[in-house]
Design a protein around this ligand. Structure first.
Ligand code: FAD
Length: 423
């Protein structure tokens, strides 16, 4: 076996996966003085982390499974343009996860989940600031604010409830009537009824560029990136052995940050983790990066439009269709339809690029941030659902503490890797 133990005797750490979570983690570990190798068959950020809405969604503190969501789900599923899709071909494989997802809507569990998401989200922006300041890339994070809009008068009660809920959780929120929306965001259609503005909202300029900048800083700091797939990990008396598409490698510690594929690696380590993927879609309109002033969410259509340096991005859909099915082209047509209704000027939609990616989601909507219960050399950082960009930098700091054997800044009990284990 080729060994990559550090000649100088320092701790050598492998990070499996070069998405936003893996790259932020690799950088944090390097800043702790560790010698870090990142392994991924794709380039940094080229998976799901490339195509997200670029929104630091700190106010998304509700778990995905709540009684209200379960009540709405059939309508969202049956509407051909609705936000939830469950391809019938995949349904038999999905059922065990779905059962756990529905069970997670129990009020006590929702309350615990909300607290655990709020803890991570509340620390997210400050962690991103620290991460980006350390590499001189502060300009990648923009204090943009966030606008959430409703088209229908019927949505007033829902918007009021949401505003009160957000304020209870410490978020600054302003109520906007139609004319105030027009003043704040002239790029939107005049068919809107009302909205909520979150002055504290942040976005990134371009999520792929962001991860590439993390990777550049990592490599400039002496970090190694290997284009290799990790087939399996095993704890050894010296640390951890990795079987990879480039042969076997040995490290002192490893972090599994392989997004929606992480459960396969966890299974090889004796851990059952019910990770599913919520496939999400986007359009990017390359010439329309100035079409909006800030990210805009549609509460009714459940899509988000974000102005980015690469263009205007329109994202949406939760398609519970696994990792293997091809993208469903109908989703792009639905996103075009949503954008047409929401934008004042829908020029550029026909020239938009299309993309689909895999959100890694556990039934309780919380990520795994933990160390293997039996193998202290193996750590996990995955399952960040709709919030992987938001939570990557704080996750990286927490994993840094785990790898160094220090006390993490947050209580990590809610994010345990064993929480789904049937004993
Ligand atoms: C349409 C859409 C919009 C979104 N919008 C937002 C948003 O606005 N804000 C937000 O916070 N989040 C958003 N998200 C979610 C966010 O993008 C994800 O949570 C995040 O990208 C997950 O990052 P990751 O690093 O865990 O996974 P990934 O980016 O998927 O990276 C995992 C990496 O692991 C690699 N890998 C897999 N298996 C192996 C293996 N065996 N060996 C080596 N490498 C392996 C893959 O090649 C990949 O590069 C959105 C997601 C989608 C789909």
């Amino acid at each position: 076996m080729q060994t990559t133990h550090d000649q100088a005797g320092g701790s050598r750490v492998a990070v499996v996966g070069a998405g936003v979570v893996g790259m932020a983690t690799a950088l944090a570990l390097q800043q702790h003085g560790l010698s870090v190798t990142v392994l991924d068959p794709q380039g940094p950020g080229e998976g799901t982390s490339s195509g997200n809405a670029g929104f630091i969604a700190a106010e998304l503190i509700d778990p995905l499974s709540t009684p209200a969501m379960l009540r709405q789900a059939p309508r969202l599923w049956l509407d051909p343009h609705g936000a939830v899709a469950m391809p019938l071909r995949y349904l038999p494989r999905l059922l065990p996860w779905l059962a756990r997802f529905i069970a997670a809507a129990r009020p006590a569990q929702v309350t615990r989940g909300r607290q655990a998401l709020a803890a991570l989200n509340g620390a997210a922006v400050a962690a991103w600031r620290r991460c980006l300041a350390a590499i001189g890339a502060e300009e990648e994070l923009v204090a943009s604010g966030y606008l959430l809009v409703w088209e229908s008068e019927r949505g007033r009660a829902e918007a009021r409830r949401h505003m009160e809920h957000m304020r209870r959780w410490g978020h600054e929120v302003e109520w906007l009537e139609a004319e105030q929306i027009r003043a704040r965001e002239p790029g939107l259609s005049d068919r809107l009824s009302h909205g909520l503005f979150f002055p504290g909202g942040h976005q990134v300029r371009d999520p792929l560029v962001l991860v590439r900048r993390l990777a550049q800083a990592f490599e400039a700091g002496g970090g190694e990136f290997r284009r290799a797939r990790v087939e399996g990990l095993a704890a050894t008396p010296q640390g951890v052995a990795l079987q990879t598409s480039q042969g076997n490698l040995a490290f002192d510690q490893a972090v599994v940050a392989a997004g929606a594929w992480s459960h396969h690696l966890a299974a090889g380590l004796g851990l059952e983790v019910p990770l599913e993927t919520e496939r999400g879609y986007h359009l990017t309109l390359p010439e329309r990066g100035q079409a909006l002033r800030q990210p805009v969410g549609s509460a009714e259509r459940r899509c988000v439009m974000t102005p980015m340096s690469c263009g205007l991005r329109v994202v949406g859909f939760t398609e519970l269709g696994g990792l293997a099915l091809p993208p469903d082209k109908r989703r792009y047509a639905s996103l075009r339809r949503h954008a047409c209704r929401l934008l004042a000027d829908a020029t550029g939609l026909e020239a938009s690029t299309e993309w689909m990616g895999f959100r890694p989601t556990l039934p309780d909507s919380l990520p795994v941030i933990d160390t293997h219960p039996d193998h202290p050399s193996i750590h996990f950082a995955f399952g960040h659902q709709h919030l992987g960009l938001t939570q990557a930098a704080i996750t990286a700091e927490l994993v840094g503490a785990l790898v160094k054997g220090e006390a993490p800044a947050l209580d990590l009990a809610p994010y345990r890797v064993t929480r789904f284990q049937r004993t």
